[in-house]
Design a protein around this ligand. Structure first.
Ligand code: HEM
Length: 293
């Protein structure tokens, strides 16, 4: 398997090795807010943030590539990373992207995909080498996953991997998440390289920005361990709560401070699937973090 340092070397090289930035999702801003769970979430999951009282969240909206100066109007996937800060001092993170389907199941193929996304003339070679990626790529194109949104507040984000929720009675459910926008009215038309960040700043002047955390529960035939699986037999989809962003958080990484979102950071009541991409990511994120310290 591709070792994480080599993966980061290759992705860094594709973006011209900018120093001090995230290897991917290099351009983004931090925000603060709360998450408030619905009663249905508490019935199915015993984790503390699912019990109803609001918990603080740290959110980062970003553009997907490794170019920290990526113009906001250009094509790219967008990211919404959420860190839920629980009352017992622990935290759990979900990292969503605007692509609903993950097209590969190995880190090697992911790195090839990142290179192809950055240099589209490489895309035919990628697809020829990974024909199983085609259905997911078509679904992602239909979802306009790389089209520039009018606002991060209008975009739908998919954290992709499955996690196991344990209920108070120890009943286990495999779930996947979607962050569904409750956008509201736009504060106006913004242009320029930072238009998504500017639009969000203006929007927050007027009030909070909300995404519903929708949860899909796996049915008996659905595979939680494969990032490419489509859960067609799933019987239940419900709204598990609201992520409400209230303010910019401009000082979060000031003076060399580092904040890391980690998709494998979990709390009591939540377990990881065996998804090879999910299991690989912490090593890659650590390699990236070490280079931006
Ligand atoms: C093998 C697969 C993947 C690799 C190697 C990878 C690699 C990376 C790296 C190196 C970073 C920068 C980390 C840092 O410096 O803090 C990053 C950030 C991020 N990744 Fe991934 N990633 C993968 C899959 C995914 C998937 C499946 C998603 C979501 C569905 C995702 C969403 C994000 C987001 C939202 C961020 C930005 C986090 C932030 O704002 O700090 N990644 N990724």
């Amino acid at each position: 398997m591709l070792d994480p340092e080599s993966a980061i070397d290759q992705i860094n090289a594709a973006f011209g090795k900018p120093k001090g930035y995230r290897t991917l999702h290099a351009k983004g801003r931090f925000y603060t807010g709360t998450f408030t769970a619905t009663p249905e979430a508490g019935d199915l999951g015993s984790a503390l943030h699912l019990q109803g009282p609001p918990v603080p969240v740290v959110v980062r909206w970003s553009n997907g590539g490794g170019n920290p100066h990526h113009p906001d109007g250009a094509t790219d996937v967008r990211g919404m990373a959420v860190s839920f800060r629980l009352p017992d001092g622990t935290a759990t993170d979900l990292l969503g992207q605007t692509a609903p389907r993950f097209p590969v199941r190995t880190p090697e193929a992911f790195v090839e995909l990142v290179k192809a996304a950055n240099k589209p003339y490489l895309l035919p070679v990628f697809l020829a080498r990974h024909p199983s990626a085609v259905p997911a790529m078509i679904a992602n194109a239909r979802a306009k996953s790389i089209a520039a949104p009018a606002s991060y507040a209008d975009a739908t984000f998919y954290p992709v991997h499955a996690y196991k929720w344990l209920a108070a009675d120890k009943t286990a459910s495999w779930v996947r998440y979607t962050f569904v926008p409750q956008a509201g009215e736009s504060p106006g038309v913004f242009t320029g390289a930072d238009r998504l960040q500017d639009e969000m700043a203006a929007r927050l002047q007027r009030g909070p920005v909300r995404h519903t955390m929708r949860v899909q529960v796996a049915g008996p035939a659905d595979d939680p361990h494969d990032p490419m699986s489509v859960w067609s037999s799933s019987a239940r989809v419900f709204d598990a709560g609201t992520i409400e962003v209230t303010a910019l958080d401009p000082d979060r990484e000031k003076d060399g401070a580092i904040f890391v979102f980690d998709p494998a950071r979990i709390v009591t009541g939540i377990e990881l699937s065996g998804d090879p991409i999910l299991r690989y990511r912490p090593g890659a994120y650590t390699a990236s973090v070490n280079r931006r310290v």
